[in-house]
Design a protein around this ligand. Structure first.
Ligand SMILES: *Cc1c(COP(=O)(O)O)cnc(C)c1O
Length: 398
């Protein structure tokens, strides 16, 4: 089959929930992807912040292959060794006390919401609690996760959603304060907003929210699904701030391509929240994904991924700043570590499409942001190559 055959087959069989770019990807190596025509692309999207180790990492692949040979799945009725190792590694990296593995980021959010509700239920002896979420947030597409996603366009057709969710303005502490009632059980936010346009939390905002939570026995839930796993320059973005969440979620890069997420909590929350019978999953934390997570943490250590991010990220930041100076259509640069956005006055979808022609994969966030979430193993030379391809793209669009 040629490219248009593949695309026609996809468009006549898959539910049309995505407007896909006309690209049929075949394989990857390092920070490059190749399509079925053999065309090479420099990848600054990493499968939406998933493929932190790039493509075809040998140790990751070997761990997966070995686990395929040994045991794929057992259910959560029994213990399995890879997932025990994975749990210990994610707890050690986060300083949290308990972890529940899920199949996706969305399910991690669902678990976090349930844990927060159960905590307040145990504390107060009744249900009916409220959650404060942020405008322009993104937490996923299931009904619970969608209910805390501050995007009316995503929500409207599916209402009524979860009751008792209120939206504050991100980085506006007073707007959070104004929404707190004696029913509030949790404040949920991304440490760095991703889909909403790459907005890092302000230091004062996050520590202010932490203080409010402490004052009212409200749980702080930080969504690290996109900004976590080293992308910010620390393993988890909140570790750049002087705060610790009560519950956190992680997914995307956690398995580096193997579908796995997790929600984690402190022992204080665990003691008063989900107990046997309260929550479950058939697949979540099976041996296969456990082996993936474990291999990812091992590779992070072996390759000193965090140090590497801290070496390359300032260079990427500088080069993006230069672009903002050079191009009138680029009006601002925001971000943290290897999670960056350029505000662009050209239609960003068209910039993305044009960049593909030039062999560069770059995605968008919000309505006017070009988003850069490359594999964490990129080198400065790849940054230079990206800038060159992006400049060519922008020049062609003038
Ligand atoms: C991607 C994302 C999710 C949803 O994760 P899925 O794996 O797509 O279900 C939730 N929160 C944030 C911040 C995300 O970036």
């Amino acid at each position: 089959m040629n490219k248009s055959d593949y695309i026609n087959a996809a468009e006549s069989s898959l539910l049309h929930t995505y407007n896909r770019f006309p690209l049929v990807l075949d394989h990857g190596e390092g920070v490059y992807l190749y399509d079925t025509d053999g065309k090479k692309y420099l990848d600054f999207a990493a499968g939406i912040a998933v493929c932190a180790l790039g493509y075809s990492n040998e140790a990751h692949k070997t761990a997966l292959k070995n686990q395929v040979d040994a045991l794929l799945h057992t259910s959560n009725l029994y213990y399995n060794e890879p997932t025990i190792a994975a749990a210990q590694k994610v707890l050690a990296a986060s300083g949290m006390d308990r972890v529940f593995f899920t199949n996706s980021g969305t399910e991690a959010i669902e678990g976090a919401i349930k844990a927060a509700k159960k905590y307040a239920y145990t504390r107060d002896g009744h249900a009916g609690h409220e959650i404060i979420a942020m405008q322009h947030s993104f937490h996923g597409r299931s009904i619970g996760a969608l209910s805390v996603t501050g995007n009316a366009h995503y929500q409207e057709p599916f209402e009524p959603l979860l009751p008792g969710v209120k939206f504050a303005e991100f980085n506006n502490l007073d707007s959070v304060k104004a929404l707190i009632t004696d029913k509030t059980c949790a404040i949920i936010m991304e440490t760095v907003q991703g889909e909403g346009g790459i907005y890092p939390a302000d230091e004062a905002f996050l520590s202010g929210v932490r203080a409010l939570c402490d004052e009212h026995d409200i749980l702080l839930v930080l969504d690290e699904i996109q900004c976590g796993m080293g992308r910010s320059g620390k393993m988890f973005a909140w570790q750049n701030y002087n705060v610790k969440p009560d519950i956190m979620t992680v997914a995307k890069a956690l398995g580096c391509g193997v579908p796995v997420g997790a929600f984690l909590m402190t022992q204080k929350v665990a003691d008063k929240s989900l107990a046997p019978g309260d929550h479950g999953t058939t697949y979540g934390g099976n041996p296969f994904v456990g082996a993936a997570v474990s291999a990812v943490f091992d590779q992070f250590e072996e390759l000193s991924i965090i140090d590497h991010v801290n070496e390359v990220a300032p260079y990427l930041a500088r080069r993006l700043d230069e672009l903002v100076d050079k191009y009138d259509c680029l009006t601002a640069h925001r971000g943290m570590g290897l999670m960056r956005g350029l505000v662009c006055t050209l239609p960003v979808g068209k910039v993305s499409a044009k960049a593909l022609e030039n062999g560069l994969i770059v995605i968008t966030a919000g309505s006017d942001v070009l988003r850069f979430v490359p594999p964490l193993v990129i080198e400065k030379e790849h940054v230079d190559e990206m800038i060159e391809k992006l400049e060519k793209t922008l020049d062609e669009m003038k």
